[in-house]
Design a protein around this ligand. Sequence first.
Ligand code: ADP
Ligand code: MG
Length: 429
Amino acid sequence: LKDKYPQTSRSVIEHISNSFESNVVKKVGKLELERIERRKKQAEFKAEKVELTKRNADNPHWELHQMIHDYCKNLNYKPLTINDVIEDRLITVCVRKRPLNKSENAKKEVDVITVPSKNQIIVHEPKTKVDLTKYLENHLFKFDYTFNEHCDNEIVYKYTAQPLIRTVFEGGFATCFAYGQTGSGKTYTMSGDIFRTNAHKGIYAMAATDVFRLVASPKYRHLNLIVTCSFFEIYSRKVLDLLNRKGDLKILEDGKQQVQVVGLTEKVVSSVNEVLELINHGNMARTSGQTSANENSSRSHAVFQIYLRPAKKFNSLHGKFSLIDLAGNERGADTLSSTKTTRMEGGEINKSLLALKECIRALGRKGAHLPFRLSKLTQVLRDSFIGANSKTCMIAMVSPGVSSCENTLNTLRYADRVKELGGGELQHL
Ligand code: ADP
Ligand code: MG
């Protein structure tokens, strides 16, 4: 320093070099301290991980569980309540998440779905980097309403099918679809808990209750309307009458493109109990001769219809409500399936669900081409897609478990595209 700064006095130089040295010492000391601190933290982290592994030795998914927990810690939850605003829309698309069931809980299956608000849903998809570190890909979607696992059938009904009842009384056509993979809760939502009589009423019964109430109300009593119901299923291009021993029904289209299901049983009903009886009867017919409730019924669309007909002119139709429990949308397994029948069924279901999406989208674009002939399902519902007063609602059901993650993402992407202006998957968080 003396050579560099010959003008500077020795004492000043000594002072500078001392403080310089002490700065270096300080820095080195600081670095050392930081290193010790870091090592301590790493050791703690390791110990915590070992501890967690020990504690969760019986849960192979604890790491995923922890990641989701950490992610959700910072979310601001604002779920749907019974008092939220019901918006009037031509096409409503919602999602319902069912709770984990007993066997999923027993397997310690991880719940990978979060419903943070009344119209948002997040799928936490587990991923692995090339270096084998695990991470989450969080997919955020927005719909008209999102129902979490605590929502019961009543609240789901209030925001989905109930607002459509008015359309039917005003002489229109309403449709409500339950869409999703097998086991996601379609039948539970539409029919109720069918294996426990009258427990947890479904949308069919709740809609019927409202219809009877309104038929007798001061506002509509003068119309003198008769209520009738039909219940059929579409299985592999066949239309089967669930109220008449699964009789095979023909579909006819006249010159004016009017579609008719020939010979379909239409029962006059005058009370909710009568409707419940029909639903039970139909559901029994659907599942009879099968070893599990989902065996064939998951591969068919069930169509329950409520008609309003003027008593004085019984052949004409005032309004119609179609409630549809769609076939399971999971198809991956079918393409690998060994039997030709299941492969064909899978193809047929896929085709009808794609046609359905196009028809609903066309409903939202007045005057658009309606490709209803693409499938039996859209053919029998043709009148519901063309009317000036037609409204529709789709409830996409999702299973919460990590093993359903891929199907869940497919379901949400489909539901998003049903909306003409679907927001798309909003972002990867
Ligand atoms: P899907 O018709 O879509 O194949 P299900 O309606 O049969 O599915 O539901 C599968 C199982 O999950 C049934 O045992 C049903 O009772 C149960 N489940 C479905 N949704 C719910 C729910 N929201 N709350 C409680 N249990 C449900
Ligand atoms: Mg079902």
